[in-house]
Design a protein around this ligand. Structure first.
Ligand code: F6R
Length: 241
């Protein structure tokens, strides 16, 4: 693990976007694993800026996303489809057909899981996987559990995740309780993994991730120690509390 402690959110966003830019300068056909949530928004803003200035080019880029709520319309402003288009894809020159975001409904979830695993298989190894971390240590929507999914599956969101994500909804009852999420094997299928964390609310999860002497399935992020190019970028509040 490579740990980078930055002053604040702007600095973690800058550092992460520089790493992504370097990957793109070396490889004109980059494959990305993207995440939603507050943590990568600043990085996405920087990438948009760089793309507008012509410093980076997404015309041959391919992307896969980590997760999506179950039974949510893609044009619902709370959906991860909407988030990704609003915060990144509609502002850069990535081709629509190269963007992959999972979706699942209660009626077709088995088929939906199979379809997304096929997408992941065809896209193959990512150049970089971007991650955030839940306050409970989840990565994508792989919540603390006795067992962690290796591949895409439907997951029940924990109460703490529903509480944390309720900030985007009118009321907590509106937050979906299930999601489709990439599993650990697919998250790890990337040449580099960058996890971004900011703010004191992430302190416990980050300290547990850094210091755990074993794989702690009650903090799924600890599995990232097994990846040989894992970069953890945190700000001082997330690091020091
Ligand atoms: C998002 C995702 C989640 C978030 C995590 C942190 O696609 O998979 O694991 O990365 O919940 O969210 P934020 O960044 O909003 O604190």
């Amino acid at each position: 693990m490579r740990l980078i402690v930055c002053k604040n959110y702007d600095e973690i966003s800058k550092k992460a976007s520089e790493l992504v830019k370097n990957i793109m300068l070396e490889n004109p056909n980059p494959i990305f694993g993207f995440a939603t949530g507050s943590s990568p928004i600043g990085m996405y803003e920087n990438l948009i800026e760089m793309n507008k200035k012509g410093e980076i080019d997404f015309s041959n880029a391919v992307s896969v996303n980590l997760d999506e709520y179950m039974d949510i319309d893609e044009d619902n402003p709370q959906s991860y489809h909407y988030f990704m288009h609003d915060n990144l894809f509609s502002h850069i020159n990535i081709k629509k057909e190269n963007v992959h975001i999972p979706s699942a409904s209660s009626d077709t979830f088995e088929e939906d899981i199979k379809k997304y695993n096929e997408v992941l298989d065809s896209v193959g190894t990512r150049d970089v996987q971007i991650l955030g971390i839940g306050r409970n240590g989840h990565i994508a929507f792989n919540e603390p559990n006795d067992k962690l999914n290796l591949r895409t599956n439907i997951v029940d969101l924990k109460k703490s995740t529903i509480e944390a994500n309720s900030r985007f909804f009118e009321k907590e009852e509106d937050v979906p309780t299930k999601a489709i999420s990439m599993g650990l094997e697919d998250i790890f299928n990337s040449k580099m993994i960058i996890l971004l964390a900011s703010g004191a609310k992430k302190h416990d999860a980050i300290q547990n991730l850094i210091n755990s002497p074993y794989l702690d399935l009650q903090n799924p992020s600890t599995t990232l120690h097994l990846h040989n190019n894992f970069v953890l970028i945190v700000d001082e509040d997330a690091y020091n509390g």
